[in-house]
Design a protein around this ligand. Structure first.
Ligand SMILES: Nc1ncnc2c1ncn2[C@@H]1O[C@H](COP(=O)(O)OP(=O)(O)O)[C@@H](O)[C@H]1O
Ligand SMILES: [Mg+2]
Length: 235
């Protein structure tokens, strides 16, 4: 399949693309994972997120920056994960592993039956996944939209935390920023920090996730007993 975009054309999306990343995007495009980038969704700490057209659909393209990333933090997190214990302390390699890890984690989370994007493919520092939202409207983050029935919503969140743990994974960065609200249901995103439950820091990550949720639920007048929930999950 022909590569549709020249390097010059990619440049219109801003200065976030280095030569290497443009080539990766062209390869994913040539593989048919998407047709062309549509619009910017978010410029985050570690990644830039775009929507892209894929035939009649929209998909999400998450581009991990090769520069301006928190390499130290990423490296430390990776080395706690038994799957990435031998990661070399090379910046590029760490970013690639981080991206691959999000892909693998999303696959596992889908297998677990957790509401989250379906990963469609990845290469090096670029991940392509399904869009959470309706047609061209991207779902809002929980921090920006209160659920109509907070109690029911919180129940669904905790159900997926349990499902994930039972399937051997803990999210590790769960907050109202990384939960989207779509059709009044929670969708977990941003899985690059998710770790196997057998990782030495897994219980710590679980506790942190629950504490973050408890803090947010409190704003909705809900009480989450972190200790009791932890006991229930670990039982
Ligand atoms: N699959 C998706 N569907 C819809 N919106 C998404 C999707 N993935 C990411 N986003 C949007 O992009 C933002 C940043 O993505 P995220 O994966 O959280 O990256 P970061 O590591 O920069 O926080 C999210 O808060 C969300 O608004
Ligand atoms: Mg995020």
């Amino acid at each position: 399949m022909a590569v549709r975009k020249s390097r010059e054309e990619w440049k219109i999306y801003g200065n976030v693309f280095d030569k290497f990343t443009i080539q990766v995007l062209q390869k994913l495009e040539a593989k048919g994972l998407f047709d062309h980038l549509a619009s910017a969704v978010a410029l985050g700490k570690e990644a830039n997120v775009f929507t892209a057209t894929q035939k009649k659909d929209l998909v999400v393209v998450k581009i991990y920056r090769l520069e301006n990333c928190n390499f130290r933090k990423m490296y430390d997190y990776l080395r706690h994960d038994p799957r990435y214990i031998h990661t070399k302390p090379s910046k590029r390699f760490v970013v690639f592993s981080w991206c691959q890890r999000e892909y693998r984690n999303l696959l596992a989370a889908r297998e677990a039956g957790v509401r989250c994007p379906t990963p469609l493919g990845f290469k090096d520092n670029v991940l392509v996944m399904t869009l959470i939202g309706k047609k061209s409207t991207v779902a809002k983050q929980l921090k920006d939209l209160a659920p109509e029935d907070p109690e029911k919503f919180a129940g669904l969140v905790l159900k997926d935390v349990r499902k994930l743990w039972k399937h051997g994974l803990v999210h590790g960065d769960l907050s109202s920023f990384n939960i989207l609200i779509h059709d009044e249901k929670p969708y977990f995103i941003d899985f690059s920090q998710a770790s196997p439950t057998k990782a030495p820091n897994a219980k710590e990550l679980l506790e942190r996730d629950l504490k973050n949720l408890a803090k947010f639920f409190k704003k909705l007048d809900l009480v989450l007993d972190v200790e009791a929930e932890k006991v229930k999950i670990l039982a």
